[in-house]
Design a protein. Structure first.
Length: 305
């Protein structure tokens, strides 16, 4: 009997390892397996509707340091958030901008951009917001108004986690390099895909909305190095032969958007997502039919260094 049991135990199948389970811990999404957990972790909580008082300098600094600095992406369940509250919350982080090209609500709400699928407004390529500006947004607050039944998720990628994972020789190679960011690049990509006219492309080139930023920047508050290039606005790396620059950028784009550096959010109406634009990329997936409408407020930042 004991021998039979021993033989049976010897033939026992090895236990299958369960995939790491994600759980909520104080509102933050953390992974049960530290080996699988990303360096960054989005934070999720619930908004309680109440009047938003005028911002105090210490309030803005504390809010940013304790949430977006730690998590890079923050998700609030805020179905009762009003447009005025949306703007007031953004003002706690700094100066809201009027977007360079997205339509807005107008009539006193010019700083609230509207991304509406019925108007053809989309942001379905990997990018950080408006890096063609000398002072790109330091962060963005996106509030879901209408969400399709299926699809339309947004994916974020951590550029600090991507930098950390680079080899030491690649980090050394990237030191001191500067990239050119160009608004016309996004129209060029749309034109190639048949989503923009030749006239619109020519006008965007004539506007000459370009600026240069370091390929590797230092986050002004955490001190962490972060990759600062993106598929949509980065045109070239200055000082490198075009073929070499294209190869380096293509490698970085693939690396930065590797799944282990990403967080994918399935929207529900009323969700408010706040992210640090200085150290993340994002991509709104165009895999849906139906209506998708979002309100967006971005806050101007300092020139990347």
């Amino acid at each position: 009997m004991g021998e039979r049991a021993g033989r049976s135990a010897g033939r026992r199948r090895p236990r299958r390892r369960r995939p790491p389970r994600c759980r909520a811990a104080f509102g933050a999404l953390t992974c049960a397996s530290s080996a699988q957990a990303p360096r960054w972790a989005p934070k999720s909580t619930t908004w309680t509707s109440r009047p938003v008082s005028p911002p105090r300098p210490s309030t803005a600094s504390t809010a940013h340091s304790s949430t977006t600095n730690d998590h890079q992406v923050v998700v609030l369940r805020a179905p009762e958030l009003t447009i005025d509250q949306h703007l007031a919350l953004a003002e706690r982080f700094g100066e809201p901008e009027v977007h360079a090209f997205f339509p807005n609500l107008g009539d006193g709400y010019e700083r609230v951009s509207v991304l509406d699928s019925e108007d053809g407004t989309r942001a379905s390529m990997w990018h950080a917001d408006e890096t063609f500006l000398e002072r790109p947004p330091m962060g963005t607050l996106l509030h879901a108004q209408v969400i399709p039944e299926y699809g339309g998720d947004t994916v974020w990628a951590s550029c600090t986690a991507a930098y950390d994972a680079l080899s030491a020789p690649m980090k050394k190679y990237l030191e001191g390099l500067t990239a050119l960011h160009d608004l016309a690049r996004t129209v060029e990509l749309a034109y190639v895909r048949g989503h923009a006219t030749a006239e619109r492309y020519a006008a965007s080139v004539a506007a000459a909305r370009t600026t240069a930023h370091p390929v590797v920047c230092t986050h002004p508050e955490t001190g962490a190095p972060t990759l600062y290039v993106n598929h949509t606005y980065t045109r070239s790396i200055l000082g490198l032969p075009p073929a070499e620059a294209d190869a380096v950028l293509a490698f970085l784009y693939r690396h930065m958007t590797t799944e282990r550096f990403t967080y994918r959010h399935r929207w529900t109406p009323g969700d408010l997502v706040i992210w640090d634009n200085r150290c993340t990329l994002h991509n709104a997936l165009p895999d849906f039919s139906g209506h998708r409408r979002m309100h967006r407020v971005s806050v101007l930042g300092a020139p990347p260094r």
